[in-house]
Design a protein around this ligand. Structure first.
Ligand code: BGC
Length: 475
């Protein structure tokens, strides 16, 4: 005789989740207002969860030219590359190498990591140079810049805990590693956060075509982590470290609170916005909620056991797969859950689909609130046009994410004002952005020296793509 276990209807549970993951419009507006207040407090140094760090980066003119080396350090991999700026807003990544680090190397002495990066730079830099080559270093972790080429590392994020890094100047560490590696003629002349990259890259493209074009005022990263950079009246371009915004506590669910409590790094209380909106966490939130549903409704057989029980087992990329399943029986969702040892019925698969939409939809609405908070500081009545330049795998990879952010903007400020905010997706902005920041810094330095020195040009005789396999051109 077949034994049946009582399972609860999923309807009430889904209603509970919908409520929990859908902050009201009023709550969202109040979040935007809190964000705006924190922008001001952060700028005034009055204590804010937004760090509002000076970047010393300046908007490009669009006519910057020449070869620049770049380092992009933001996740497990570090990319090193060579980029050609052609003026007219054109950028070409002509060589790129990836340096990969193991989990144990992420907690090693910092010098080892810098040595590996320096040797990668040696490979892309090629043979001896006649002129000094500038290098732009994108460091996608919190750092306090004292100049465009001096950045004191604050606490690391994203699982890195290098010994001997916090409190040190990362430009000095890289330059020293280049010396140790025997890489001559490379000057690390600019360091920047990745959130600055889409901002300057968008401006470079736009002004390269039309020198009077409107610059991007905001750079937004929405990938593994999240952050905003913004050019603010009287304050220049700031790295807001918005992933640390703590106002979102006001709309947290029990699953967010538990995640914050249980994850050790970043510490409880830190990176609260990031923990509710970015790619590193959305899959984990979904996993926790499904496990809760399994426990409370007797559904989702297998979800309370390994492998689904392992924290962070369920990657955020799975939410994109879930959203993309248009089949009638949601068979791809079924197959995905089976890979995690979860047996599902059609109503359960529909619930998972709805849950993914709720979690990612909330992410987009929270991001919209932060954008309105930032823009409110720049232009209180939202009278002018504004450009937000966005990059990141979540924004680019989750079906319909951009439209959801737009929907959030409209919900917050109404259709007309929201139409004045342009969200421009600037894919793969980091290396190109780093090159632009370094080129602008080099030009500014040459101007300051007043000797009419030119920003180093590409050596005559070297052909494009000589050092790399398959150059990548951004439009
Ligand atoms: C870091 C930021 C970075 C963001 C996006 C966050 O975890 O603190 O500095 O910009 O991730 O990569």
């Amino acid at each position: 005789m077949a034994v049946t276990t009582a399972v609860a209807d999923l309807g009430p549970a889904l209603a509970e989740l919908t409520l929990a993951f859908t902050p009201s419009t009023e709550a969202l507006r109040s979040l935007a207002a809190t964000f705006q207040e924190e922008v001001v407090r952060g700028l005034d140094g009055r204590g804010s969860s937004l760090r509002m760090l000076p970047t010393f980066a300046e908007q490009p003119r669009g006519d910057e030219r020449g070869r620049v080396l770049v380092v992009d350090w933001g996740g497990t991999h570090v990319r090193v590359g060579a980029v050609d700026l052609a003026g007219r807003g054109e950028v070409e990544v002509v060589a790129e190498r990836t340096v990969t680090f193991t989990e144990s190397e992420k907690v090693a002495p910092a010098a080892l990591v810098f040595d590996a990066i320096a040797s990668g730079i040696g490979q892309v830099a090629g043979a001896a140079r006649r002129r000094l080559v500038p290098l732009g270093f994108v460091y996608s972790f919190p750092a306090r810049l004292e100049r465009i080429d001096r950045a004191i590392a604050l606490g690391l994020t994203k699982g890195w805990r290098l010994a001997g890094l916090e409190g040190e100047d990362i430009v000095g560490l890289l330059q020293a590693a280049l010396r140790r590696a025997g890489v001559a003629g490379v000057v690390v002349n600019a360091v920047a956060n990745d959130a600055v990259a889409p901002l300057v890259l968008h401006t470079y493209h736009a002004r390269g075509r039309d020198p009077a074009a409107r610059p991007a005022e905001i750079g937004l990263i929405l990938g593994t982590g999240t952050n905003l950079a913004a050019e603010l009246p009287g304050a220049g371009i700031r790295n807001m470290e918005s992933g640390n915004f703590s106002g979102v506590r006001a709309v947290e669910t029990p699953w967010d609170a538990a995640l914050d409590r249980e994850v050790e790094d970043p510490a409880p209380g830190a990176q609260r916005l990031e923990k509710m909106v970015s790619g590193a966490y959305l899959g984990e939130i979904a996993r926790r909620v499904v496990a809760y549903l399994a426990g409370s409704t007797g559904r989702f057989r297998g979800a309370t056991a390994a492998p689904f029980r392992a924290p962070f087992a369920f990657d955020t990329a799975n939410l994109s797969l879930i959203a993309a399943d248009r089949s009638r029986e949601l068979s791809r969702i079924g197959a995905l859950l089976r890979r995690f040892g979860v047996d599902s019925s059609a109503p359960e698969r529909r619930t998972v689909r709805r849950l993914a939409a709720l979690i990612v939809g909330r992410s987009a609405r929270l991001v919209a609130a932060c954008l309105i908070g930032t823009l409110g500081h720049i232009d209180r009545a939202l009278e002018a046009d504004h450009v937000v330049a966005v990059d990141g795998s979540l924004y680019g990879g989750y079906p319909g994410y951009a439209q959801m952010v737009r929907g959030g903007l409209e919900e917050l400020v109404g259709r007309q004002p929201a139409a004045r905010i342009r969200l421009a997706f600037v894919k793969d902005s980091t290396s190109a952005g780093a090159a632009i920041i370094a080129a602008v810094a080099a030009r500014r330095e040459a101007e300051a020296l007043g000797a009419g020195r030119q920003y180093p040009r590409q050596r005559r005789g070297r052909r494009r793509g000589e050092q790399g396999k398959g150059g990548r051109r951004t439009p």
